[in-house]
Structure formats: structure tokens, C-alpha cells
Design a protein around this ligand. Structure first.
Ligand code: PRP
Ligand code: URA
Length: 206
């Protein structure tokens, strides 16, 4: 799995355990989602290229490093909204795109209901935010529409092996940063052990 980085940071794994726990309250679910998202986005940022830039301090001239590429944030409604605030804190000038997708409860197939994207050029790196990668249907739908970007880094909290296989078969260059690759999907296409329906737990709509 050369495409996938699993973040084993103790704070990330502690937060993930709270997210998995069925007794976690909504305020805590939101708190731990934000914390784990921040850690995962920081891990993704470590992949970004930098270039040297001369800088003048109050004392002398020296060389610093700056991010070389423009970053575009892209989030998948609804659950991806949980990752957007930490992402915007780290990339305050990044344009943000939104894909509204919902899985049909019977078929687990994703259907698009909203699409709003900034211009994505061949120089851009897209940080794609969605906490759950299950069958891969939702993300595949998005990737097909944004593949012109120079680089796409998917940041997700829990993945199923099935979803990773689907995405990497179609987009071999994609990088995936996650806190867990779980065991499997169940017959309703939920991730096992997983954490249940992320959107419902985060937005208290169960
Ligand atoms: C969840 C999740 C992903 C999708 C993953 O969204 O946030 O977008 O399921 O499943 P897949 O890999 O099988 O496509 P959901 O459709 O439940 O919508 P929500 O975010 O509005 O709750
Ligand atoms: N979407 C979720 O929120 N959870 C899953 O386990 C699968 C898809």
C-alpha cells in the first residue's frame, strides 16, 4: 500500500478511539473530529513541495522556505464539512470546492446533488477532505471531475480496503492520508469496525 499513509500519532489514535466509541457524545464527537482532522491535514502538508526564498530579518539576509504550489481544498458534503475548519486554519487563502454527494441507503451508490468548484489548474495541489472511504464510489465520482490537478491528496479518517483498491486502480498517483485502514465492509457497505454513519453522528441526525 505505497499510496497510503496511516497516521499512528498517539493523539490521532486516541481521537479515533473516541470517534469509534458508540457512547461518545455529540460535543465530543465534534471535538475529536476536529483534532484528528488537524493532525491528518498536517501529515498531508508534509508531502507538499517547498522552494527556497530569500528573506530579510531585522538582523540580516537569509534563506527561508515557502510552499511551492497553490493549494485547493475540496470537501464532500456533508461529512467532509467536519474537516474544513482545521483545513482553512492551515491554508487560510486556499480556495474551497464543494461536492454534495449522498449514498442511497439501499444501494450505497453515491448521487450528486451539489457541485461548486473554484478553477483547478495543472499547477494546483488538491487536498480532498472526506472522513470515510467505504466503497470508494463517492470519491471516485469526485476524482473523475478534478483529475486535471497536478497532485491530489485524499485526507480521510477511516478507510475500507475495498475503497482504497477502487481509488488506486483508477488513480494510481493518488496519495491517501488516513488514521485507519479497517477490516472490511458489511453487507450494507458500512466500514467494519468503523465508527458508524459519520455524517449522522457529527450532525446529530441519527
Ligand atoms: C459518507 C462519507 C462518504 C461516503 C463514503 O457520506 O462521508 O462521502 O459516505 O462511502 P462510499 O465510499 O461508499 O461512497 P454519506 O453518503 O453517508 O453522506 P453524508 O456525508 O451526507 O452523511
Ligand atoms: N459512510 C459512513 O459514514 N460510514 C461508513 O461506514 C460508510 C460510509
Amino acid at each position: 500500500m505505497q499510496h497510503v499513509t496511516i497516521l499512528d500519532h498517539p493523539l490521532a489514535q486516541d481521537a479515533l478511539t473516541h470517534l469509534r466509541d458508540t457512547t461518545t457524545t455529540t460535543p465530543d464527537f465534534r471535538k475529536y473530529s476536529e483534532l484528528i482532522s488537524k493532525l491528518l491535514i498536517e501529515e498531508a502538508a508534509a508531502l507538499l513541495p517547498v522552494s527556497k526564498k530569500p528573506v530579510t530579518t531585522p538582523l540580516t539576509d537569509t534563506d527561508g522556505l515557502v510552499l511551492r504550489e497553490e493549494i485547493v481544498l475540496m470537501t464532500i458534503l456533508r461529512a467532509g464539512l467536519s474537516m474544513l475548519t482545521p483545513a482553512m486554519h492551515l491554508f487560510p487563502k486556499a480556495p474551497v470546492g464543494f461536492a454534495g454527494l449522498a449514498r442511497d441507503e439501499q444501494t450505497a451508490l453515491a448521487k450528486e446533488y451539489y457541485w461548486k468548484l473554484p478553477r483547478i489548474t495543472e499547477q494546483d495541489t488538491v487536498l480532498l477532505l472526506d472522513p470515510m472511504l467505504a466503497t470508494g464510489g463517492s470519491l471516485l465520482h469526485v476524482l473523475k471531475k478534478i483529475h486535471t490537478a497536478k497532485q491530489i491528496i485524499l485526507i480521510t479518517i477511516v478507510c475500507a480496503p475495498e475503497g482504497i483498491k477502487t481509488l488506486t486502480a483508477a488513480f494510481p498517483d493518488i496519495r491517501i492520508i488516513t488514521a485507519a485502514v479497517d477490516e472490511k465492509l458489511n453487507d450494507k457497505k458500512y466500514i467494519v469496525p468503523g465508527l458508524g454513519d459519520f455524517g449522522d453522528r457529527y450532525f446529530a441526525t441519527e
